[in-house]
Design a protein around this ligand. Structure first.
Ligand SMILES: Nc1nc2c(ncn2[C@@H]2O[C@H](COP(=O)(O)OP(=O)(O)OP(=O)(O)O)[C@@H](O)[C@H]2O)c(=O)[nH]1
Ligand SMILES: [Mg+2]
Length: 493
């Protein structure tokens, strides 16, 4: 994150195949997200290439014509680049679809592709080329990536690699780093082999974006080494998991000892950049990282709800979700997200100002099911309503959301009153099972006074000759336990 913007930014183009099953709206949302991901990596997006196809080209993802067009663009031949982005869009594939064509034609088409490949073996001149990297909006195979690199003349990163790279840069704790490294090694290993095959015995140095870190010289690659490293990291993670479990158990015990009740936990979950960390800060008065970047948070942080509630509520902030989260990452981040699955309540934060919020909402729901949290009660929190047009537009959007998602909360993290409402909703959730009761504390048992205040909410306190009378609200088990203790204190006194 630190050095991303210091040097001249890498120039990137994004490229996508639009399959027949994908609507224009979906495609645009996905491409916009890929651009955001690129920006998070500090890249400047200078172009977009979209191609409608029946399927991905098995050789190089995009069709031959589009590849050549991109090559010309990379080499700076295809007209002016717009100041910001030039969208070269929506060209239906009219050339031969090599995969779909009959065998005889296919042979000719493949021959053509092979010739094109020979012609384009070298990378475009880094001095004059206007694009440093092509970002592909799908996960593609190692050989598709290699072939595409050769033909367009610059490095290619697919969506998975982009996400892995962001996770790699943002991971700060030992656990997160280890988990990201496992996912990267798993992803890189077949690709490095592919690279080594193509590069010959000397190996080829990449420009140092995508592949950096997981093995610089491809000739030195040894699958066994990678497997060993993954195994080593997995052991580390198991050890860290154990440590974390012990800590968690201790936390829970500690909490139970002190107040005689089960810990109340709420987790903020949701799509990346929805505002989870901002809400965490607002709800707990703590200083967690907030950034207008995708995947700013990669570790779970836990803080107490502030002002404190009864029962005391712990809030956790979690890693954001995204469409097509690389599967290895879902798996490896499970332990991070486990905290969410163990909570009594999930606050599902959604950016209400994002046109694609419904898709983002669905993705989060899916991932929550994957980690086994589908049955945890949840409140949908539609955040950032302040950026939805003028007041009338905001009111309209809020009404639509409330109609469609009954019991949801529509809010802005920037408005104190909204944050206070959310705070109240959390308290109400944890207090709904509470009972109200009167407790009598004889003057002889005043040592129990602190305990009453620690474990219950004291609504009223009166005194008479024999002692103090508290009207309290608390969990029924807690209130009953207190009553027993007070009873024995009374007889003892
Ligand atoms: N206008 C507006 N901006 C908000 C609101 N809530 C959060 N933001 C901004 O949105 C950006 C992302 O906020 P974060 O809290 O970092 O988002 P996050 O969900 O934690 O994101 P990840 O950690 O990447 O998953 C920041 O620039 C926040 O200042 C809101 O209610 N209104
Ligand atoms: Mg965050």
């Amino acid at each position: 994150m630190q050095n991303e913007l210091k040097e001249a930014p890498m120039r990137a183009v994004v490229a996508a195949v639009q399959l027949p099953s994908v609507s224009d709206v979906e495609l645009n949302a996905s491409i916009t997200e890929l651009r955001e991901l690129a920006k998070t990596l500090g890249y400047q997006v200078v172009g977009t290439f979209i191609q409608k196809r029946a399927r991905f080209d098995s050789t190089a993802y995009l069709g031959v014509g589009k590849r050549q067009e991109m090559r010309r663009f990379v080499e700076g031949e295809a007209g002016e680049v717009g100041k910001d982005e030039s969208a070269l869009e929506d060209e239906t594939e009219d050339e031969l679809d090599a995969d779909a064509a009959p065998a005889s034609v296919r042979k000719v088409a493949k021959g053509g592709a092979a010739r094109a490949k020979e012609a384009a073996q070298s990378a475009a001149d880094p001095e004059t080329r206007r694009v440093d990297i092509v970002l592909v909006d799908h996960e593609i195979s190692p050989s598709q990536a290699r072939n595409l690199e050769i033909e367009v003349g610059c490095e290619v990163m697919d969506r998975t690699m982009v996400i892995l790279e962001i996770f790699h840069r943002h991971a700060s704790s030992r656990a997160a780093r280890a988990q990201v490294e496992i996912a990267r090694l798993g992803y890189m290993s077949p690709r490095l082999r592919e690279a080594a095959k193509l590069a010959g015995p000397k190996g080829r140095q990449r420009s140092g974006t995508g592949g950096r870190g997981a093995g610089e010289t491809h000739s030195a690659l040894d699958r066994q080494k990678i497997r060993n490293r993954i195994a080593e990291l997995q052991l580390e993670i198991i050890a860290m998991d154990k440590e974390r479990q012990t800590q968690r158990a201790r936390r829970q015990e500690g909490q139970a000892d002190q107040a005689g009740q089960k810990i109340a936990r709420v987790a903020l979950v949701g799509y990346t950049n929805a505002g989870k960390s901002t809400l965490m800060r607002a709800l707990t008065g703590s200083e967690v990282l907030v950034a207008n970047k995708l995947f700013a948070t990669l570790d779970t942080t836990v803080r107490a709800l502030y002002p404190e509630a009864v029962p005391r509520v712990l809030v956790s902030d979690t890693v954001g979700f995204i469409k097509n989260l690389p599967h290895d990452l879902v798996a490896s981040f499970k332990s991070t997200l486990e905290e969410a699955a163990e909570s009594s309540l999930l606050l599902h934060v959604i950016d209400a100002s994002d046109p694609g919020f419904e898709r983002q909402l669905a993705v989060t729901d899916e991932v929550l099911s994957e980690i086994g949290a589908q049955d945890v009660p949840r409140i949908r929190v539609f955040n950032k309503i302040d950026v939805v047009g003028d007041e009338a537009a905001q009111a309209e959007r809020a009404a639509v959301l409330r109609e469609k998602y009954p019991k949801c909360i529509v809010m802005s993290a920037r408005r104190e009153v909204d944050v206070a409402n959310l705070h109240a909703a959390i308290r109400a959730f944890f207090q709904k099972d509470l009972v109200e009761a009167e407790l009598f504390l004889p003057w002889s048992a005043q040592q129990l006074r602190g305990k009453i205040f620690a474990s219950c909410e004291v609504l009223e306190e009166r005194a008479d000759d024999a002692g103090a009378i508290f009207r309290v609200r608390g969990e029924s088990v807690v209130v009953n336990a207190l009553r027993e203790q007070l009873g024995s204190a009374k007889t003892a006194g």
